[in-house]
Design a protein around this ligand. Structure first.
Ligand code: KG4
Ligand code: ZN
Length: 342
């Protein structure tokens, strides 16, 4: 099913408070208020701090999204929100806000799976990508290969067995004293480093499997830091960052290539925060060229968490009429919301 018309979407599954207004596939506004500053002292997202910040930010962010789109709430036809997976307290703020806005106007509410949102970022204007395609999603909470055959869901072909790729970036950045979020900081640091300076493990480089593993890589960074000592880490930070990043990119590229060889995929898409990584984009672009495949790289603002991608996914979810959604809950794990995955 598809719903056209003006849609307001809210995304609060992690540490970004996001709201967007879409007219069909066209983004009228996509407002993201990052809480990164609130969490950087902790080296990661503190769930309770995230929920409290969402509570303060959700109203101004929704107002900003409406103002930027040049529409009022009276023109909105449905309200969507991420219902999981994510931090439960953070999700509840977004869902409650969305249900409240919808209920006050007797509008339908559309529950959206966060990961389906990352897939659906590819359906947005300009140059929307139509299924079938293979989508690699690498974020702070997930790393997975999705076979996308329609707009409604995806087939999970492989996923991480331990840490997510973004989590490995964040934890390694913390070990290197670089701050949070780690991905962009490691990428920047790595620019001045030698990717071959240190040997780093590429998990399951051989064999047919499509799953990922990044915890060994994080441990390798820990051991290199211990061997180097504080002064050595300062001196060789760029080399460690570059070697780590190269190993993450190599693992993602290897599994992606393996999945592509096993299926009839005409196009490849990248999603999730780690898809903002320059060397990963370059490696996947080279792979696609080598294999003669179309590559869709969504703008970086649509790779990291945002509400436009939630609205894009919402178009293919059955809206729940008022008042049936008033008791609708949030889900920390993907099991309930993964009804979309098939
Ligand atoms: O999709 P996202 O915004 O939130 C989650 O759903 O997790 O992804 C955030 C993750 C963080 O771990 C962050 O370090 C990583 O994406 N990230 C990057 C880059 N930009 C963000 N990782 C590598 N290189 C980047 N340039
Ligand atoms: Zn995400």
């Amino acid at each position: 099913m598809t719903s056209d018309g003006l849609l307001l979407a809210i995304e609060t599954s992690c540490d970004d408070t996001c709201a967007a207004v879409l007219d069909g596939r066209r983004i009228l506004s996509n407002v993201i208020s990052s809480q990164a500053k609130a969490h950087e002292g902790f080296g990661g997202v503190v769930p309770e701090v995230a929920a409290r910040h969402h509570l303060e930010l959700v109203e101004p962010v929704v107002e900003a999204a409406l103002a930027e789109a040049g529409v009022t709430l009276d023109e909105i036809e449905a309200v969507a929100a991420t219902v999981g997976p994510g931090l439960i307290g953070a999700l509840l703020v977004g869902i409650s806000a969305a249900k409240g806005i919808a209920a006050a106007r007797r509008l339908p509410f559309i529950p959206v799976d966060h990961l389906q949102g990352h897939v659906a970022a590819n359906f947005l204007e300009p140059e929307p990508l139509e299924p079938p395609f293979l989508c690699l999603i690498a974020s702070g909470g997930h790393t997975m290969l999705c076979g996308v055959r329609d707009h409604e869901g995806y087939e999970l072909l492989g996923q991480t067995l331990d840490d997510a790729a973004g989590e490995a970036f964040d934890k390694s950045a913390r070990l290197l004293g670089l701050g949070y979020p780690g991905g962009p900081l490691i990428q920047k640091e790595a620019e001045g480093g030698d990717p071959e300076a240190f040997e780093m493990p590429v998990a399951m480089a051989r064999g047919p499997g499509l799953d990922f593993s990044f915890s060994g890589l994080k441990t390798a960074v820990l051991y290199r830091c211990r061997e180097l000592g504080p002064v050595g880490v300062e001196e060789r930070k760029a080399d460690v960052a570059a070697s780590f990043q190269a190993a993450v990119v190599e693992q993602l590229r290897t599994k992606l290539k393996r999945a592509l060889k096993g299926g009839e995929w005409g196009a490849v898409a990248l999603g999730g925060g780690v898809a903002a990584n320059g060397p990963l984009r370059e490696a996947v672009a080279a792979l696609c060229e080598e294999m003669g495949l179309r590559l869709k790289l969504v703008p970086i603002a649509l790779c990291t968490d945002n509400a436009a991608m939630i609205a894009a996914a919402a178009r293919y979810v059955e809206p729940i009429p008022y008042p049936d959604y008033l008791g609708y809950d949030a889900f920390a794990s993907g099991e309930k919301t993964a009804a979309v995955a098939h």
